[in-house]
Design a protein around this ligand. Sequence first.
Ligand code: DGT
Ligand code: CA
Ligand code: CA
Ligand code: ZN
Length: 573
Amino acid sequence: MKNAQIADVFEQVADLLEFQGANPFRLRAYRNGARAIRDLPEPVDKLVKDEERDLTEIPGIGKDLAEKIVTLVNTGDLPMLKELCAKTPPSVLVLLRVPGLGPKKAAVLYNDLKVGSLEELRAACEAHQVRDLKGFGEKTEQKIFDGLSIASTIEERMYWATADEVAQAIVEHLRGAKGLEKIDAAGSYRRGRETIGDLDILVVSSKPDQIMDRLAKYQDVAEVIARGDTKMSVRLTGGLQVDVRVVPAESFGAALQYFTGSKAHNVVLRGRAKTKGLKINEYGVFRGEERIAGATEEEVYKTLGLPCFPPELREARREFEWADAGHLPDLVERADLRGDLHMHTTETDGKATLEEMVAAARERGLSYIAITDHSKRVSMANGLDATRLRKQWSEIDRLNARLKGFTVLKGVEVDILEKGGLDLDDDVLSEADWVVASVHYGQSQPREQITRRIVDALANPHVSAIAHPTGRLINRRKAYEVDLDAVFKAARQHGKLLELNANPARLDLDDVACAAAKGFGIPIVISSDAHSVGGLDVLRYGVLQARRGGLTKEDVANTRPWPAVKKLIGSRG
Ligand code: DGT
Ligand code: CA
Ligand code: CA
Ligand code: ZN
């Protein structure tokens, strides 16, 4: 079980407990636990198997939750959740998807109005029955009504990073099937979208039945949704749907193209085919009845006079424009990254020491890192004041003196204070090699205020970059109201960099914002924000997002050696 799935289970437990009116302290333990696991940069299941580690090391995880995690990892299930579910009408969980409707209010709706589905909730709102309930009122009724349209469209989508583990495991499992000739995962997963609705897997096989039998036997299959001659859909424990299609070898490329999508990209492609007097579908490219391409994606695109677009670009954004101009951007790759400029150590809320982070970064082929522990405002993380920071920096100096072919930069992640300004004085910041400034508090301030804070931080001569510039947490928290355009302008004016935080829950800046930043000529720095040794491995998720934004090696600052990065900072100031 993946961290995110375990966190989801704890959230569900908390919701159900709250629905049943349980003790608030009990709820809070589960909610805090969920957050702790979600934010943990290393896989909990590995931690469980490591005899030297204890889950209760994780802040927010006590003995009780630790035991539940062990149960979840070992069995994929939590008896407590089953019991709670058995005591709760299943439809209530659907009600909880409505923004503005928590478990407590859902309980009132269910008990007093017998509302048990989104349709019934809509009807109750329309009949103005909701406003008369105790603790509701007209405004709440309206809010719930507005939230209904969102609830029916959002199903929680899985992080790409989680889907990746699942996809690799399933593909590996299916490779064991007799008659398998080719297999590839398509869909949003192949396009590297930050979240995945379902997995689409394509197979060439002389024995489709063998593939399907083997899929049915996969350990995590909870339910077979449908099985036909060439297509099978299953649902995994944890909820992800997987569609497997068996296609003829001569159509494999066409099917891979079609099922990779995106839909919008395919629509444009069909139009292009049409103007050439051709037809394209998942079986091939046709002139009249004759199939003129289909075995490979390259030939499918080539027949239409197009390059074989990297999947990350297939969103009908600018890829056709680029193709028409004769060149696609040469997208950045993980191997291009030479350094990582955002990470934490045991001095604040990291799990590994300075030396351990250095060793791990070297193992991963990096040649420099910046240590950017939190500043004092983040008291929960034991943030550093000037004295402790300078002490850490002298340690870094001593370490650098011993290191060959590797540089540790003296950095800090300085908080942008709620009232504006930075959490550390200029005199200490001026001694740093690299300063990332970030907003952790006052996230719900109005647009102008929060934008001003960030723009002012960019104007500070000692700040190098802004970390996670929008603060969004995928599936959990919306971006701040920040005016990104103003941030881009300020970054350009002062010659500053912007981060693409590679944590799979953040991916901030996202693909679209990266493309926009590139338009302003702002270098992007892809950073892990690692809080542990394993946390360094998230860089590849950042790279995927950068690729979706059309970024090349040139556009990403930390593909350069450190002295060249340094030259970028303040260069336009
Ligand atoms: P997801 O699963 O919501 O994360 O997103 P996708 O992109 O994987 O979408 P999915 O699984 O519904 O379909 C996979 C691909 O199949 C999609 O990217 C494009 C193709 N496709 C599906 N339905 C249609 C359609 O109605 N028209 C066209 N042109 N393509 C489609
Ligand atoms: Ca899909
Ligand atoms: Ca699908
Ligand atoms: Zn950080």
